[in-house]
Design a protein around this ligand. Structure first.
Ligand SMILES: NC(=O)c1ccc[n+]([C@@H]2O[C@H](COP(=O)([O-])OP(=O)(O)OC[C@H]3O[C@@H](n4cnc5c(N)ncnc54)[C@H](OP(=O)(O)O)[C@@H]3O)[C@@H](O)[C@H]2O)c1
Length: 493
């Protein structure tokens, strides 16, 4: 089976923050892959924009270096790299000052009929100023779109302020708030699984499902982003966006159509149905931790405070586990447990939908324990879906039962490489399809749920519990589930 690549309309993509880590690691290599697959019209251009006083050649040299670093050697073809780099241009512009905007406008003057995308890969406090300057520079056309990177603010008020500042210049349909988790193939497959098969829908509720677990575990620490991370923490950095988006896709009602507003309306209803965690429920519904020195894959790794440069103290959580409740008819009484952390035992993102246990076993004790069925939707490392079923252990020796996976490995089934989430989402922006992007009201509803947890933590005068790097988080995370007589599914551990 081969992948189908549908070309997009001609475009100019301007990346503010073009010299930054995100641009060099994800955006520019991602577009290289789409270039190689022939999806980018020949005249389309990619223009880096940042303060650094570089000429085009110097920027192109940086992009070439980034491709060598972030594209697999097998995909680096000299002729293709050269033809890709011919699309690349650069404009030096400090987005907080006047210089550079005229040069940008000149660079775009001839191509007003093309789709024009401004990708804001900068700190979010620059989003408003950039949009204002764009409006004042005469570069906005009816086919202009703007992409906003996370984090979309620090709390509800700052998210609201960013949305207002960007919304003063762009219409909502022109604004693409990116959450790259939504671009992952398995996440879209979750929608296919739910809404293109009749098998699951009748089971997808409180009658058949015991609970849902969502895990996003990283083995990396704060890398070069200590200053940002220490001001954010796991709840803001991961739960407010990625984990809540995954929860929405599991919990939402079937939209009437796979269109942007129909899907986002349903996700919004889920966010608004989440029971608020507050002072009273904090201890039973939330656990937070901070890693100490340990080892991952046999390699020693430093603790969080050491990674901060030897700080004496920080109350920033590098791990969080939550028990969420979606208070509606479908999900009442079905907990959604979420956990995410840095420096965990392994790199793993997955959703586990655990069905109820059988009401009565007809098998004797010798058959062994009967595990509940689980649908495991794995986002990384190896994307795919597994349905855990009980089966008879083959051979003589009586009826012995064991759980076996019905494995839907996409890599094996489709035999095509999956495009990186950024690649797919970038092309959706160019096509003008916002289905997999967050709407303003969704972002704000997510902050509305997150903010009281942050407030309750700061009022509680507790601190994050220590956990050893290379573990699955503090014991509080296990206790959070043990109180409900449940445990985290640690297939990968
Ligand atoms: N890196 C990631 O993997 C990642 C993932 C998700 C989200 N993000 C978010 O994306 C944003 C960018 O992250 P990053 O890691 O790429 O940061 P970074 O490496 O520090 O890059 C920041 C970029 O912004 C430019 N810049 C800063 N001030 C500017 C100004 N006044 N005018 C014009 N350009 C300016 C910098 O270029 P000059 O210094 O040349 O001006 C640089 O290109 C951050 O908000 C980050 O949280 C990053």
């Amino acid at each position: 089976m081969s992948a189908q690549f549908i070309a997009v309309p001609a475009f100019d993509l301007i990346v503010f923050g073009g010299t930054g880590d995100l641009a060099m690691r994800k955006i520019l290599p991602g577009l290289y892959h789409r270039h190689c697959d022939g999806q980018l019209p020949p005249e389309s251009r990619i223009i880096g924009a940042a303060r650094s006083a570089l000429n085009r050649d110097a920027f192109v040299a940086r992009v070439r270096e980034a491709l060598t670093q972030f594209v697999a050697a097998a995909d680096l073809d000299a002729a293709r790299v050269d033809s890709y780099l011919r699309r690349i241009d650069y404009v030096a512009v400090d987005v907080t000052a006047d210089a550079g905007w005229e040069a940008l406008a000149e660079r775009l003057a001839e191509t007003a009929e093309r789709v024009r995308v401004f990708y804001l890969a900068t700190a979010p406090n620059l989003f408003g100023p950039i949009c204002q300057r764009l409006a004042g520079s005469g570069v906005l056309t009816p086919k202009t779109r703007v992409v906003l990177e996370k984090p979309l603010g620090h709390d509800l008020a700052s998210a609201h302020a960013i949305n207002d500042a960007v919304g003063a210049v762009f219409e909502e349909h022109q604004i693409f708030r990116i959450d790259h988790y939504l671009g992952k193939e398995t996440v879209q497959n979750l929608m296919a699984l739910r809404f293109a098969n009749s098998l699951f829908e009748s089971l997808w509720n409180r009658t058949a499902i015991d609970h849902v677990q969502i895990t996003v575990a990283e083995t990396i620490g704060v890398e070069g982003r200590a200053a940002y991370y220490d001001g954010a923490g796991a709840l803001r950095d991961m739960v407010q966006n990625h984990l809540l988006q995954l929860l929405c896709l599991v919990a939402m009602e079937p939209p009437a159509a796979f269109t942007a507003d129909a899907v986002r309306d349903e996700k919004l209803k889920v966010l608004r149905a989440l029971t608020q965690i507050s002072n009273g429920s904090l201890a039973s519904c939330a656990a937070r931790g901070q890693y100490q020195a340990g080892a991952i894959g046999g390699q020693p790794v430093p603790g969080y405070l050491e990674e901060l440069g030897g700080a004496n103290a920080s109350n920033t959580e590098t791990f969080v586990a939550l028990k969420a409740e979606v208070a509606n008819w479908r999900w009442a009484g079905v907990p959604f447990y979420m956990r995410t952390g840095k420096r965990m035992a392994s790199r793993l993102s997955e959703i586990v939908v655990q069905f109820k246990t059988i009401p009565h076993s007809i098998f004797g004790e010798g058959a062994g324990e009967i595990s509940p069925n689980r649908l495991i939707i794995r986002l990384q490392p190896d994307e795919g879906v597994k349905l855990m079923l009980m089966s008879k252990d083959p051979g003589p020796g009586g009826m012995r039962l064991k759980p076996v996976p019905l494995n839907l490995s996409f890599a094996e089934t489709f035999q095509v490489p999956f495009p990186d989430a950024y690649e797919r989402l970038l092309l959706d922006v160019i096509r003008g399809n916002p289905t997999l992007f967050m709407r303003k009201d969704e972002v704000e509803a997510a902050w509305t749920w997150i903010e009281p947890i942050l407030d309750a933590w700061s009022r509680s005068q507790t601190t994050p519990k220590a956990y050893t790097a290379g573990s699955w988080g503090p014991s509080d995370a296990q206790a959070l589930m043990a109180r409900d007589n449940r445990s985290w599914f640690e297939d990968a551990a």
